[in-house]
Design a protein around this ligand. Structure first.
Ligand SMILES: [Fe+2]
Length: 415
């Protein structure tokens, strides 16, 4: 994965190609029907689905026993198994179960970006040092059921910040032709697996026949902490699926619980100012010494989310914020949350965050965030900064560089 991705032939076993196409079409009919049923007066006949440049089928929302081969494929040795091997990991679980489809209208080329918002993650160079030292802990896939060359990337950009030339070109146009960028051409059944820190975009969002399976996996048993520890599904969706699938997904929930239990233990050590316990728990979450501070920064984001579950007034969610957070075509970004260290909690609740939050009283959540206050301040610069090619606009949080002269020792000293 030196380029930041690897292209693999026949990820879909040939005898599964047509059955997968058939099931995806059935699922798609269900999602489009729902979009039509929920259409607002101001929307076109197809509702929200018809407006999207990159319409995305959420498999877990519509799958049933008849179409479960799509889920089985996302658990196959060629997908989940290979993700595990690419990361040299002990276990893997799917975070996202999606299929990218073609849009109803021509939206043209997409905006170049890395899949990250600087205020919601550690600075890019820290994430890249972690990746370089400890290998990937996260793999995203595009697996084409029909020919697809939509996905474009700049090989090698996953391990470096933007060059000056890239910044200059992207400042002029978020859709500029970047030197060295290439379209990833996939034949039916082929897949590309890679790292979402890479500079990438959809080369062209226009009507055609795109059905590209897009699962994303996190892994366990590697030297770094999975940086997106949330499942975008809950076990409810498995209730009508086969016992074998149900069992696998409940195993994924158990794995996640082991991680969240460790996070709770670590946060309790921080609240209690138990330095020995804190250092032990942090090393358990992120065994690699390089990048351990990156893991701590990610935990600071989680600490803020826990506080915002207890104090919902801390963050104000604007209507439709998630929909316009980052526009994949023109790169326009809403700035409403640029000052926040973590995403606002989902108004419907997030069982994975809520479970951690329940382990702390309001007073403890306040103390926990207080302990992170100096670290959070170190992640900000005076005033706002902006670097193109992220899923975000100007923000006080650092885009590229890690804080100088601040690390795990300084964090402990700041308690
Ligand atoms: Fe992206």
């Amino acid at each position: 994965m030196n380029d930041g991705y690897v292209i693999l032939k026949n990820v879909v076993p040939p005898d599964q190609l047509q059955p997968l196409r058939d099931s995806v079409e059935t699922l798609l009919d269900r999602q489009v029907a729902e979009s039509v049923a929920q259409r607002k007066a101001s929307e076109p006949p197809g509702g929200q689905w018809e407006l999207q440049p990159n319409p995305t089928l959420i498999v877990s929302d519509f799958v049933d026993a008849e179409t479960e081969n799509v889920i089985e494929f996302m658990l196959h040795d060629n997908t989940l198994g290979l993700s595990k091997r690419l990361c040299t990991a002990e276990a893997a679980a799917p975070l996202i179960l999606q299929v990218f489809c073609d849009p109803a209208h021509d939206h043209g080329p997409g905006a170049w970006h890395r899949d990250m918002k600087p205020n919601y993650l550690a600075p890019l160079c820290g994430l890249q040092d972690d990746l370089r030292a400890n290998g990937p802990d996260f793999v995203q896939w595009n697996i084409a059921l029909y020919e697809d060359a939509t996905y474009c990337a700049v090989p090698g950009s996953h391990l470096r910040p933007n060059t000056d030339e890239e910044n200059r070109l992207l400042a002029d146009s978020t859709q500029a032709d970047l030197p060295g960028s290439i379209p990833i051409e996939l034949e039916p059944g082929d897949g590309v697996a890679g790292c979402n820190l890479i500079l990438h975009r959809g080369g062209s969002y226009r009507p055609g026949w795109r059905r590209t399976i897009h699962p994303v996996y996190r892994v366990w048993g590697v030297d770094s902490f999975g940086r997106i520890p949330y499942y975008h599904w809950d076990l409810e969706f498995t209730k009508n699926l086969s016992p074998a699938i149900r069992e696998q997904f409940s195993g994924f929930v158990d794995l996640q619980r082991q991680t969240t239990d460790l996070v709770v233990k670590l946060f309790q050590s921080i609240v209690a100012k138990d330095e020995t316990g804190f250092r032990r728990d942090l090393a358990a979450l992120h065994p690699g010494e390089t990048g351990r501070f990156v893991c701590l920064i990610e935990l600071s984001k989680l600490a803020f989310q826990i506080l915002s579950v207890h104090r919902p007034d801390l963050v104000k969610r604007l209507t439709g914020e998630r929909l316009v957070d980052f526009d994949i075509v023109d790169g326009v970004v809403k700035r409403s949350t640029a000052h926040l260290p973590a995403p606002p909690p989902n108004p419907a609740g997030d069982p994975q965050i809520d479970r951690i939050a329940e382990s702390f009283s309001l007073e403890e959540a306040d103390v926990l965030w207080e302990r992170f206050a100096t670290l959070d301040a170190a992640l900000k610069t005076d005033g706002e900064q902006f670097v193109p090619g992220f899923q975000f606009g100007p923000s006080p949080y650092r885009f590229n560089e890690m804080p100088e002269e601040f690390g795990v020792d300084e964090f402990v000293a700041s308690w």
